[in-house]
Design a protein around this ligand. Structure first.
Ligand code: URA
Ligand code: URA
Length: 240
């Protein structure tokens, strides 16, 4: 076996070990072997209510955002992180704002917290291509501080339009910033998590942010409980 193949195999085995350790910490008892219902092609959407809701596409919204200078975060950012994934996703994850890696790559959740999010998705039987992932803030706040209220205010209309364009069946708010912003509720995330709420008529599950889980692995069991609720509801929705 040549060295590069050996290295690749060692990498895969290390990744598998990390994944299994993660499952143990989360309390995952088994993973779905068949594709989760969310992974099936999204059926043609029926207009909800009066049918006057957004018909914009994500590409149109991205074009409108342009090289955004609507808040001071534009000064120091490298790349705007608009969001990524399936434009017809039945499940959307909303995080806080890009970190260092995301700012470099222009993609959401590609750093360490993102790798943990990938492992959570894997346990749910999902991949990135099945869901859509975005953030409240589209530019990196210096030093990864929380986005300021005026920065959130400048950015939030775009998130709203993204969610209106995708019209997912379910939303997951990752962490305090996303949960409190979307719900307009200052209740601590430790009390918000695990309870179904609603955003613009879409059921929303608040849970802990993966970056928080990196610092507090004890929270992984809670997040897995929350994700089991999400999986159950997705299954119910799919069989309706
Ligand atoms: N944390 C977030 O909230 N979003 C990202 O995209 C990356 C890290
Ligand atoms: N603080 C946050 O901002 N998010 C969490 O998930 C937990 C603590």
């Amino acid at each position: 076996m040549d060295d590069s193949l050996r290295q690749e195999m060692c990498g895969i085995l290390r990744g598998t070990r990390t994944l299994l350790q993660e499952f143990q910490e989360m309390g995952v008892e088994g993973i779905p072997l068949s594709a989760a219902p969310v992974a099936k092609a999204a059926p043609e959407r029926e207009p909800i209510g009066s049918g006057v809701e957004s018909r914009e596409t994500l590409d149109e919204i991205r074009a409108d955002l342009g090289e955004c200078r609507r808040c001071p975060l534009a000064e120091k950012r490298q790349k705007i992180v608009f969001g990524h994934g399936n434009p017809q996703a039945r499940l959307v994850f909303v995080g806080e704002a890009p970190g260092r890696e995301e700012d470099i790559q222009g993609l959401p959740f590609v750093g360490e917290a993102g790798q943990l999010l990938d492992r959570i998705l894997f346990a749910m039987g999902l991949g990135r291509e099945d869901v859509y992932i975005c953030n409240v803030g589209k530019c990196r706040p210096p030093g990864n501080r929380d986005p300021l209220p005026e920065e959130v205010a400048a950015c939030e209309p775009f998130l709203k339009r993204q969610l209106a364009a995708i019209r997912p069946r379910l939303l997951v708010a990752l962490g305090r910033c996303a949960a409190q912003t979307l719900l307009r509720d200052r209740t601590p995330i430790s009390r918000l998590r695990g309870q179904w709420r609603e955003y613009q008529g879409i059921p929303l599950m608040p849970t802990y942010h993966p970056a928080y889980l990196l610092r507090n692995p004890n929270g992984k069991k809670d997040v897995w409980e929350d994700m089991k609720k999400v999986m159950r509801r997705l299954r119910e929705e799919a069989s309706e």
